[in-house]
Design a protein around this ligand. Structure first.
Ligand code: NAP
Ligand code: MG
Length: 523
């Protein structure tokens, strides 16, 4: 057993304190001096491998600025990385669980020391404001701390319970699966990227990881920390590259044992399909762990504390510009209080400041030109499907800087079957529904194929109990915002098309990356 105190999530930083703001700004300056402009190579078998193509990561809030570059892996690199990872697996699987967990704890210690730098990179590369970046790095640290401790329960023969049978010893052995592929999104480019690689690695797997192409710099920074913490060569193969070019090669490879993916439904389903097809030379059924999109709803009924509901709605909808899988993109209000609640939400959201992540604005630019186009298209679709109550424009610049700026947009009186009610927009665009009553509100909430997060603001005990049972989501929140799940506190993952409900940051998450062998010895 590793000697550690009980797991406790990291505290968040209080940016109402002047000294914390100052420290953040110093970190921004340090990152601008030392990291902006840096190039990150592939890392295969512990060696830096460069490529002719360099993928460019831009500052979404000032798209004339290049934040850094990464190499771009090809299919040959995928083959090399997978072969190298299997070689490394021979040694890594025999390490003590304690020793592997110690590497996560050492990485956590390094990341704690460099917490502000990691935040500052994401302010520049992804447009996160201070609090959004801070909670994300806290989550990244939490994943390391939590999974290091969780691993202990899988360390020994017999740690999973079996029934005693006279004359025999029976027990279960947990064994790692082998070499996995991890493919992550850009919206939590530190926490999700790190959590998805640290979990399989700590229980003995080797990983080939591809970060999203819009967030290569923070991924390179995190990968370096894992290697600095002492991962042996080949255990972590770092392969930035274009999903459209190497994605299928990674997931369809006959030697890929499992895939852990977080991203959109279309890409997730594509991976599921590619992984299902057995390739020549393949001797297992690939396991897929999928965390996909959402169309998350908050219900407000006539018994709710209105002020609290308004705060919950605005925070859930517009934190990080709605670019969270958990973000509220549907607000469902019962008719009795519709005008009051919606009026206040619009008023409050109208006061959000727009600007860069570095300026710590409430609303910043969305991640990419591609996202900008798609979201602004939905703004237009929405204008035809309801009443634009706030925003509706996509200026594409702010304070003389070109960037992917989109106004927070609220569209009222939308039909539950409209496109903006059913399709994930992944930006600061909210559809509002007028429900006849509580039952109608619950029906609207359950009327999509998704089931990720959801919430109810109500003071009716019966309704909350009914929602507990009937609201189809993996993460359900009452009388608070529906974003911001904390590792170990709110294990995270969705139902239905939102994923395989693996519950990242939950007590059994690591078992996604292991298999069990039952061993019986007759005495
Ligand atoms: P995405 O477009 O689905 O991309 C996710 C990853 O898949 C990227 O690394 C992408 O590479 C890669 N990819 C693209 N095509 C591929 C293929 N054919 N095979 C394998 N990989 C491929 O999603 P995103 O825009 O990065 O992230 C936003 C989405 O993630 C939203 O739908 C959001 O709801 C979801 N999300 C879900 C959760 C959750 O926990 N449920 C958490 C966060 C985000 P490139 O970047 O190179 O294209
Ligand atoms: Mg970028």
């Amino acid at each position: 057993m590793i000697r550690v105190q009980e797991y406790r999530p990291q505290a968040f930083t209080d940016f109402t304190k002047e000294e914390n703001v100052k420290a953040y700004q110093e970190a921004l300056a340090k990152v601008r001096a030392e990291i902006v402009g840096k190039h990150y190579t592939l890392i295969i078998d512990g060696q830096k491998v460069d490529t002719a193509e360099r993928m460019v990561s831009l500052n979404p809030c000032d798209t004339d600025e290049v934040v850094g570059t990464t190499a771009a892996a090809t299919k040959e690199h995928v083959d090399q990385a997978i072969a190298g990872a299997w070689k490394a697996f021979e040694g890594w699987k025999k390490w003590d669980m304690d020793a592997r967990a110690r590497i996560l704890l050492k990485a956590s210690a390094i990341l704690k020391r460099r917490r502000l730098e990691a935040c500052a990179i994401m302010s520049i590369e992804a447009g996160k404001n201070y609090a959004e970046a801070d909670v994300e790095v806290a989550e990244a640290i939490d994943f390391l701390e939590y999974y290091a401790r969780s691993a202990m329960k899988y360390a020994h023969f017999g740690s999973a319970e079996t029934t005693w049978f006279e004359g025999e010893e029976n027990g279960l052995m947990w064994i790692p699966l082998g070499v996995g592929v991890s493919i992550s999104p850009w919206n939590f480019p530190a926490a999700i990227f790190l959590g998805m690689l640290a979990a399989p690695i700590v229980v003995g797997n080797c990983m080939v990881v591809k970060p999203a192409d819009n967030a290569g710099v923070i991924a390179g920074f995190i990968a370096d920390i894992m290697l600095e913490a002492g991962l042996p060569a080949g255990v972590l193969q770092f392969l930035p590259g274009h999903g459209s070019e190497i994605g299928d090669a990674m997931t369809g490879h006959p030697k890929t044992r499992f895939i852990t993916f977080t991203g959109s439904v279309p890409v997730g389903l594509r991976i599921h399909e590619v992984a299902a097809k057995v390739q020549p030379g393949q001797k297992w059924i690939k396991r897929t762990v999928m965390e996909l999109g959402g169309k998350d709803a908050l219900i407000v009924d006539e018994t709710a504390d209105i002020e609290n509901a308004v705060t919950s709605a605005v925070q859930s909808a517009f934190g990080f510009n709605g670019q969270k899988c958990s973000a509220m993109s549907r607000l469902i209000v019962v008719d009795d209080v519709y005008d009051e609640v919606v009026g206040k939400v619009v008023e409050r959201a109208g006061k959000l400041t727009m600007g860069t992540g570095e300026e710590n604005a409430n609303v910043t630019a969305v991640i990419s030109q591609k996202a900008f186009k798609s979201i602004s298209e939905y703004q237009k679709v929405g204008a035809g499907e309801g009443k634009v109550l706030l925003g509706g424009e996509a200026p594409g610049e702010h304070n003389g800087k070109k960037g992917n700026y989109i106004q927070p947009t609220i569209i009222g009186d939308v039909d539950r079957n409209a496109r903006i009610s059913q399709e994930e927009i992944f930006g600061p665009v909210v559809a509002v529904f007028r429900a006849k009553d509580w039952q109608d509100a619950l029906d609207i909430a359950n009327s999509t194929v998704y089931g990720l997060t959801g919430g109810v603001c109500s003071n009716s005990r019966e309704r909350l109990e009914e929602a507990r049972e009937k609201f189809e989501v993996g993460n359900l929140y009452f009388n608070r915002k529906i974003t911001g799940a904390i590792v170990g506190v709110q294990p995270f993952g969705g139902y239905n098309m939102s994923g395989t409900d693996s519950k990242a940051g939950g007590p059994d998450y690591l078992s996604n990356f292991m298999q069990l062998k039952t061993v019986t010895e007759r005495w």
